[in-house]
Design a protein around this ligand. Structure first.
Ligand code: AKG
Length: 211
């Protein structure tokens, strides 16, 4: 069973959203890619963690790696267009993000993928979200993080990828939005850590037809 020790500075007011304009930093990454980062966007983000841990139908996945079948090192869930999300607050988050980024190519974000990193051994390897239209078109992927902050890395694809990655620490209500060509020209990862860390849940809001 995964449990979460919330922050001592929790306000206990229940979840809410800060303004997006305040504290949001936009970076142009080149080649039409951009990223927006808004630390602490969700107020009292800790108050939904227990609910998400217990109410989401978390699924373990396995995948082929070379000639072996291995466990994917995180649990996942997916909510398609029109599906009610596992906490009413996430419906509100989706609607605010859909309004703000709805004018981007691909239209408003409508689906939600969830990942649960149970501890430091869970991770996601370098990749871009290139299943579906993300392989050929500009997209918006907006990620809201709950629970224990984890390192989120972003680096250019291809030969330029070897350089230093951009680093973000994402948890407890932080928002990161990758847009433009980012899924084709940059890749992202959440590496494992040896530190003893509690669970982190990421909610990735995407446009239809992107995974
Ligand atoms: O957990 C995150 O913040 C990233 C998740 C991710 O990269 C993915 O599901 O494609």
């Amino acid at each position: 069973m995964v449990t979460y020790q919330g922050s001592l500075f929790d306000t206990g007011t229940g979840p809410g959203l800060g303004t997006l304009a305040e504290g949001l930093v936009r970076e142009e990454l080149g080649d039409g890619a951009w990223v927006e980062h808004r630390p602490g966007w969700v107020v009292d983000a800790d108050s939904v963690v227990e609910h998400l841990l217990t109410e989401v139908p978390w699924r373990a996945e396995r995948r082929k790696m070379y000639d072996r079948i291995v466990d994917v090192p995180r649990l996942v869930a997916f909510y398609g267009e029109g599906e009610r999300l596992p906490h009413p607050f996430l419906d509100e988050v989706r609607s605010v993000l859909a309004d703000r980024y709805g004018g981007e190519e691909g239209g408003p974000v409508r689906t939600a993928g969830l990942c649960l990193y149970r501890g430091g051994g869970d991770s996601v390897a370098w990749h871009g979200d290139t299943i579906g239209r993300g392989a050929t078109h500009d997209t918006v992927v907006a990620i809201v993080s709950f629970g224990e902050p984890r390192r989120f890395l972003l680096r250019p694809c291809g030969p330029r990828g070897g350089g230093t990655a951009r680093r973000y620490s994402l948890g407890r209500g932080d928002l990161i939005v990758m847009g433009g060509s980012c899924q084709r020209t940059w890749e992202h990862a959440v590496p494992k850590t040896r530190r003893s860390v509690g669970p982190r849940i990421s909610v990735q809001f995407r446009q239809p037809g992107v995974r």
